[in-house]
Design a protein around this ligand. Structure first.
Ligand SMILES: Nc1ncnc2c1ncn2[C@@H]1O[C@H](COP(=O)(O)OP(=O)(O)O)[C@@H](O)[C@H]1O
Ligand SMILES: [Mg+2]
Length: 345
């Protein structure tokens, strides 16, 4: 649905150049919620702004719904060509600070993109009220933005973004200004819209919780590059994945020297199996649990556990093989559980 190929963005000013995007290849499937995460300055906003051509890429291509948007940008005119305006109408966008017009009431804010698209007054009203109903604000049509809570403002932002019946919704830190409870309800709304309307959502966040709650896939950005990407399930099953480690940090330091520390990731039905007690019985060893985390990712149970086995790695070859045979992801972190993870193949 969204594909970027070797996308680069260099901001140039008189005395310096900033490479915000450095060869980004992103692929978002139709109907998925895709999260891009990374620290401030990683290039996330530049990426999303290049996806709808609010920002012109320095090189590379962006295609949305099979259409190469970069090919539509020609010349240097300030006004985008008609073909690009039409393509953009199929891409909704929501923002961290909502960007509502304070002088207009809620309904008129939602109608704004429809005015630009040249819809009649009656048609605009019908559509705006339908969308306000969809986002749970049917009774707020006449309110002004100043009278709304942050969560309600973002719901108006979402209704407005949906006015042009987009196939794609872009979200740049849309929940970063909201408290945790409101964040959850807005995310739930995005998830519902994704399912009900088949909307593809590309969202940017710096919060791992957001990825855990709503994303099917995720990419980690650093210094203008995508350093990891894939479905969340797949990332969690990838030994050494940074995203997986951040989604499920398992703490716990070994109790004594000369033992083997093992991080196990459980997926799906394996999450319900008594893996540890079985291991202890099968090999007659004492297994200590150093740390564990269980959560639901995209409706599926996922768990991580750090355990300690007596003896060195060589002595534990059989128990480790046993764990892998059960389809669990098995990693052997460095002593102290730091990030110098040694991927166990
Ligand atoms: N309009 C701009 N002009 C110059 N530099 C910019 C501009 N927008 C972003 N940058 C720079 O590009 C880099 C990436 O920024 P941004 O895409 O906003 O990252 P993020 O959203 O991940 O915080 C940063 O170093 C930032 O300072
Ligand atoms: Mg940003």
């Amino acid at each position: 649905m969204i594909t970027t190929t070797d996308l680069t963005k260099v901001y140039r000013s008189r005395d310096r150049e900033v490479t915000a995007l450095d060869g980004v290849n992103l692929h978002v499937e139709q109907g998925e919620v895709y999260g891009v995460i990374g620290r401030s300055g990683a290039g996330k906003s530049s990426l999303i702004r290049c996806v709808n051509l609010l920002e012109r890429p320095t090189s590379g291509t962006v295609s949305v719904a099979g259409q190469d948007l970069t090919a539509l940008v020609t010349g240097t005119g300030a006004r985008p060509p008609a073909a690009l305006r039409r393509a953009r109408a199929g891409i909704g966008m929501i923002f961290q600070h909502f960007n509502l017009l304070s002088s207009r009431d809620v309904q008129k804010n939602v109608e704004l993109p429809l005015e630009i698209l040249g819809h009649s007054g009656r048609e605009r009203e019908r559509k705006a009220l339908e969308l306000l109903d969809l986002v749970g604000l049917a009774d707020k049509a006449r309110a002004h933005p100043a009278q709304l809570s942050g969560g309600q403002k973002q719901r108006v932002g979402i209704a407005r973004a949906l006015a042009g019946d987009p196939k794609v919704l872009l979200s740049d830190e849309a929940t970063s200004a909201l408290d945790p409870e409101t964040t959850r309800s807005v995310l739930q709304l995005l998830r519902d819209l994704n399912r009900q309307l088949g909307l593809t959502v590309l969202l940017i966040t710096h919060e791992m919780d957001v990825v855990k709650t709503v994303c099917d896939s995720a990419a980690l950005m650093r210094e203008g590059r995508v350093v990891e990407s894939g479905t969340v399930q797949r990332l969690l099953a990838t030994p050494g994945s940074e995203l997986a480690a951040e989604l499920f940090p398992v703490g716990g330091t070994p109790t004594e020297a000369g033992t083997t520390v093992v991080d196990i990731t459980f997926h799906g039905e394996a999450a319900g199996r008594p893996v540890v007690s079985h291991l202890a019985r099968a090999y007659d060893i004492d297994v200590s649990i150093l740390g564990a985390a269980m959560d639901t990712v995209g409706d599926r149970q996922i768990g991580r556990m750090r355990i300690e086995l007596p003896g060195g790695r060589e002595e534990n070859a059989l128990p480790l093989a046993h764990l892998r045979e059960q389809g669990l992801t098995v990693e052997l972190p460095g002593r102290g559980g730091d990030l110098t993870k040694e991927a166990a193949k």
